[in-house]
Ligand binder design. Structure first.
Ligand code: CP
Ligand code: NVA
Length: 300
């Protein structure tokens, strides 16, 4: 694996390899077995948006692998003052062994990989969030034992999370259903690709989307960068809440996943969130293990 730019670039086999390594690293970590697989290497982490999980899990993950990580905020980098990505990429390639970037445009991530000569890992764009979905897949496999025959339902905004869940879920053999309003659907090309599998369901009726689901997933109604639209979005998504009533149409043993941060009382009720908190925080923990596996695959 050279880069992780978006999940759709990876084959089922490559994803399985990442998940297997992530499971092994998790086991080693829990059992106090050191794994300095990236000793002496440095990861640069460019953040143009806020982060709790991504920043902390990459930074500590790199440390656990024997390397070091640099936090580079766009407020401090010259990129924030207009230095072109193509120059930044070529400079950073001469200092670092890998770059993780969280930004707005997917094109910026693709350009960094194109002009630089070191691995680039996408830590979230407006288009997708592949690291998150690798952790989600790891958690689903851990709790459900596999992917075949499972139905994964996403409720809410057809955003970066929805796009990556479609790509990852379909690739791994699940049925993926999205319950999103007509006005806020996931990426049309991705939906077209997913439909070819015969395992993709898109319907604005959330009860239909969640029927017999094994995994119910949701995310905020206003993503980073959309703060000004929050009020307008709250009206659009008012009927798109994961609550007890919705969970009743899913399978009895359905798990709930949320990438976090969560807004209780908006996309998910406090009751559903708390009754599935173990699954949601296992998912958050798995960010660490899955990303360590990605870094080893790309930078090892
Ligand atoms: N889920 C996620 O990416 O969290 P952060 O925004 O805190 O990194
Ligand atoms: N859709 C959310 C995900 C946060 C992890 C956002 O982009 O803000």
């Amino acid at each position: 694996m050279k880069h992780l730019l978006k999940l759709k670039d990876l084959t089922k086999n490559e994803i399985n390899e990442v998940l297997n390594l992530a499971d092994q690293l998790k086991f080693e970590r829990k059992n106090g077995i050191a794994h300095p697989l990236l000793a002496g290497k440095t990861l640069g982490m460019i953040f143009q948006k806020s982060s709790t999980r991504t920043r902390v899990s990459f930074e500590t993950g790199m440390y656990q692998l024997g390397g070091s990580a640099l936090f580079l905020s766009n407020r401090d980098l010259q990129i924030g003052r207009g230095e072109p990505v193509m120059d930044t990429a070529r400079v950073l390639s001469r200092y670092l062994d890998g770059i993780m970037i969280r930004t707005f445009a997917q094109q910026e991530v693709e350009d960094l990989a194109r002009y630089g000569s070191i691995p680039v890992i996408n830590g979230l764009t407006d288009y997708c969030h592949p690291c998150q979905v690798l952790a989600d897949l790891m958690t689903i496999r851990e709790l459900k034992g596999g992917f075949e025959g499972l139905k994964l339902t996403f409720i809410g905004d057809g955003n970066n999370m929805a796009n990556s869940l479609i790509a990852g879920g379909i690739t791994m053999g699940m049925t993926v259903a999205v319950g999103c309003p007509e006005s806020h659907q996931p990426d049309p090309d991705l939906m077209k690709w997913a439909a070819e599998s015969g395992r993709f369901i898109c319907c604005p009726d959330i009860y239909e989307a969640a029927r017999d689901a094994d995994v119910v997933y949701t995310d905020v109604w206003a993503s980073m960068g959309q703060e000004q639209e929050a009020k307008e979005r709250a009206a659009v998504f008012a009927g798109y809440c994961v609550d007890d009533r919705l969970m009743q149409v899913a399978k009895k043993d359905a798990m709930v996943q949320h990438c976090l941060p969560a807004h209780r009382g908006e996309e998910i009720t406090a009751e559903v969130f708390e009754s599935h908190a173990d699954e949601i925080f296992e998912e958050a923990e798995n960010r660490l293990h899955a990303q360590k596996a990605v870094m080893v695959k790309c930078m090892g």
